[in-house]
Ligand binder design. Structure first.
Ligand SMILES: [Zn+2]
Ligand SMILES: [Zn+2]
Length: 138
């Protein structure tokens, strides 16, 4: 069982790094739209950017959100901060659990209650349930 869970964690992180981010890559000029959420739960869509925008309703900084899951303690909503990478490409750089400090995306994100490594949840529940077939053609 432990080996299976470890494999799942590994797979989740591989998927994370393969995709770069959950933000869909759209080739339009406007860039990918993401949902920004402020600390008071106002949400709105904006093109992805490095500087976090101020919420038009309450003026607090808003960040895109991602979901991370602990097998014991359920799902945590994590704020994502972006930075400009090589070639000016915007990529996720830091994560913040509710009420915690920002941590580098290269660090494993730990459950605040049991310190286990959290597993990133994907937006599409069907995709997650069906799993990915790693076989290659040929
Ligand atoms: Zn707000
Ligand atoms: Zn936990």
């Amino acid at each position: 069982m432990a080996a299976g869970a470890a494999a799942l964690v590994f797979l989740a992180w591989r998927v994370w790094f393969d995709d770069g981010d959950s933000v869909p890559t759209v080739r339009h000029k406007s860039g990918p739209q993401v949902t920004y959420v402020c600390p008071r739960r106002h949400s709105y869509k904006l093109p992805l950017r490095v500087e976090p925008p101020s919420c038009p309703t309450c003026g607090q900084l808003a960040f895109p959100r991602a979901e991370y899951r602990c097998e014991m303690h359920g799902t945590f909503e994590v704020a994502v901060r972006h930075a400009a990478g090589a070639g000016g490409k915007i990529k996720a750089s830091e994560l913040r659990l509710p009420g915690k400090d920002w941590v580098s995306i290269e660090e494993p994100l730990k459950c605040p209650r049991c310190k286990r490594e959290l597993i990133r949840r994907h937006r599409d529940p069907l995709e997650t349930r069906r799993g990915r077939d790693p076989r290659r053609g040929g």
